[in-house]
Design a protein around this ligand. Sequence first.
Ligand code: G1P
Length: 303
Amino acid sequence: MTDSHPRISKAVIPAAGLGTRFLPATKATPKEMLPVVDKPAIQYVVEEAVSAGLHDVLMITGRNKRPLEDHFDRNYELESALQKKGDADRLTKVQESSDLATMHYVRQGDPRGLGHAVLCAAPHVGQEPFAVLLGDDLIDPRDPLLARMVDVQEERGGSVIALMEVEPEQIHLYGCAAVESTTDGDVVKVTGLVEKPDPEDAPSNYAIIGRYVLDPAIFGILRRTEPGRGGEIQLTDALQQLAADEKVGGPVHGVVFKGRRYDTGDRSDYLRAIVRLACEREDLGPDFRSWLRSYVTEEMQAP
Ligand code: G1P
């Protein structure tokens, strides 16, 4: 690897949102700390970055986000209590989150949208390509996506986004990409992007899911990006600029993901994510699945 193409090592995780869809749970607790089975949602995301080889994690936070910093820090009092009790299993679980990655935090201040959150990472990231992971999307660790995106970025340069085909009536919930095929079956060239289009205006059914590997040229573009959909500075709008002019930061490619993705963005999806992940857990799964089976049978028999 030469200096002109440094290995990607930094991950940026925007976590400044207010989590209003989960009130009152999120009145005093960041939504990123809500448990998915027995781990806060945000820990899955940091673990995913680390498994893709990104050990430097910058979280973009805001007011009321102290618990995030505490979670990824040591808790000596708890550790010594568990040590005294001889509870090695729980001690390991407590230490895992503080040993995961080198964590950094920056506050967004004014929440002016995802594009603005990413722009807050500019001083930390510098001139290297970097990854962005959105906390509402959990990717099953058995279906690695980010590592593939990092490889594609290293081969093809520019930026790489994660795409997933969705039902046409769902596309208004996502950024949507116009694409052309490439020689790699799971890689497409992105020719245009639009944030949350009405179904009749959508150029395809390829939805952006919350994983990006970005060329640092995105920062210059974000600085000039006017507020878009919802009055917010949209990352999708800046990516559209990149896709429209390859001279600025290279091409934009998409990796088409066909694996397991769990959405924790709203309450129903969050509940589904917990049920699915609990079913797959070796320790909890067998009991939970058999309870679930009889619960569903009862429900189906109910009048
Ligand atoms: C954001 C992005 C959108 C993307 C989505 C993926 O939207 O703006 O382009 O498709 O994440 O989860 P949000 O869901 O934060 O409104």
